[in-house]
Design a protein around this ligand. Structure first.
Ligand code: ZN
Length: 151
């Protein structure tokens, strides 16, 4: 295992142990649930939108280390961002998770801490754990009342 992978793993373990923005927002104006039946991960994302800016965001739920760490890092990444920026981040993250490993798009450079999930790409089943929080966030932003599912 490379040193880089160790570092990434440390970040994931840290966020799993001490998730950031964990809980429910009492004054949330958008909420969505997400479910990854393959692994059993369940998430709820709640957020406060002010205009088109994600003013505040929290998540709760139970799941594996990767799903929890991904949700935790996601909340940090999107807080204070405009919806269009959030969508660009999701696109970049999705590309990182599913794209050609030899291609690093422009979006990749903007991902910051989200890049710790790069190694997850090697494990297709785990990719769903890592992207669940993002699908749930999308559902909350769309507010269509559907439960986001990775299946
Ligand atoms: Zn999982």
């Amino acid at each position: 295992m490379s040193e880089l992978t160790d570092l990434y793993q440390e970040v994931i373990l840290d966020h799993n142990k001490a998730p950031r923005n964990f809980g429910v927002l009492e004054n949330a104006d958008r909420t969505a649930d997400g479910h990854n039946p393959l692994c059993g991960d369940m998430l709820r994302v709640s957020l406060v939108l002010e205009g088109d800016v994600v003013q505040d965001i929290r998540f709760e739920g139970s799941g594996c280390a990767i799903s929890k760490a991904s949700a935790s890092i996601m909340t940090e990444a999107v807080k204070g961002k405009r919806v269009a920026e959030v969508e660009a981040l999701f696109e970049g993250f999705h590309e990182l998770m599913t794209g050609d490993p030899s291609v690093k798009g422009e979006a990749g450079a903007e991902l910051g801490k989200l890049a710790v999930f790069e190694g997850v790409r090697e494990f297709p089943v785990r990719v769903k754990c890592a992207t669940l929080a993002w699908h749930t966030l999308e559902a909350a932003l769309r507010e269509d009342g559907k439960v986001a599912s990775t299946e």
